[in-house]
Design a protein around this ligand. Structure first.
Ligand code: ATP
Length: 268
């Protein structure tokens, strides 16, 4: 879409234009993304699908500032991210973005609650710098999130004393505790069995329904069926997208079969 055509549209929360990513560490360089254009609207739940190696994780990392794109533009709430220095980008990631990965990385010497609280405290500037009130507000928010996602009873446990599904729900709490503008999830259910997958998907759906913008990379049609829109990546290009609309519990089977039929047209 040209800038002129975009003028009448609501400004997307995340706007990606002409995004290229090559890895120069290989000889010859590995060109992974070939000029991605993508808008993510405020409050949207977007899934990114595609075959293994098509560049899904590279896209997620390049648009969330975890890695530097080779060329192109990424704006979050109108702010160009590709020009930020590392320290500024780290601050944006800490305060405006939440991340959930396939494997939850938690500190072994802290309780689940303290692991969740840590980035929220850091984002608020720390108790000492941010003031007692901000620290207390972070603690209240974390306790409310743990309650909402059904893990309040494991608050004091260490990470070896919880299930994979509980740990992943704790990851989602940790990602939301800083009240990010956008949540990035990379195969958040990839390491879970089907009942734990459902727990985590319910948590993500809940986060979305209460206003969180989500971009999720997934192989799993059951995960992608929760999203409002799915884009399909092939060899570093977005080749198609499917709008499924708002998710309703009753529509799960229908959405999955619609998505599977769409994926079959892509040799998925
Ligand atoms: N750091 C790196 N250096 C060199 N090549 C890389 C690097 N990271 C990724 N690649 C290559 O980029 C391509 C895309 O990888 P990416 O992980 O983004 O794909 P994907 O679609 O997420 O795959 P999967 O579904 O298997 O996780 C692959 O060919 C991969 O080998």
């Amino acid at each position: 879409m040209t800038r002129q055509a975009e003028a009448g549209q609501p400004q997307p929360l995340l706007r990606v234009r002409g995004l290229h990513k090559s890895f120069l560490s290989t000889d010859p360089p590995t060109q992974v993304l070939h000029g991605i254009d993508l808008n993510v609207q405020r409050g949207e739940f977007l899934a990114v699908m595609g075959a293994s190696g098509s560049g899904k994780s590279t896209l997620l990392y390049s648009m969330s500032g975890m890695d530097r794109p080779t060329a192109g533009s990424v704006t979050l709430d109108g702010r160009e991210l590709t020009e930020l220095r590392d320290a500024e980008m780290s601050r944006v990631r800490l305060t405006q973005m939440g991340f959930v990965f396939q494997q939850a990385h938690f500190l072994a010497n802290l309780s689940i609650r303290d692991n969740i609280l840590l980035p929220a405290m850091k984002a608020a500037g720390g108790k000492a710098a941010g003031g007692k009130a901000e620290g207390e507000a972070s603690e209240k928010r974390v306790d409310a999130l743990m309650e909402r996602f059904g893990i309040a009873h494991i608050a004091g446990n260490g990470i070896t004393k919880v299930s994979g599904g509980q740990l992943q729900r704790a990851s989602i709490c940790r990602a939301l505790a800083t009240e990010p503008a956008i949540l990035f999830a990379d195969e958040p259910t990839g390491a879970l069995n089907s009942s734990m997958t459902r727990e985590v998907l319910d948590a993500l759906t809940d986060a979305h329904q209460t206003g969180t913008t989500i971009v999720m990379v997934t192989h799993d049609p059951a995960c992608a069926a929760r999203a409002e829109r799915v884009v399909y990546l092939l060899d570093g290009h977005i080749i198609d997208s499917l709008h499924s609309g708002a998710w309703e519990p009753d529509s799960t089977a229908e959405r999955e079969s619609q998505l599977l039929a769409w994926l079959q047209t892509k040799d998925f």
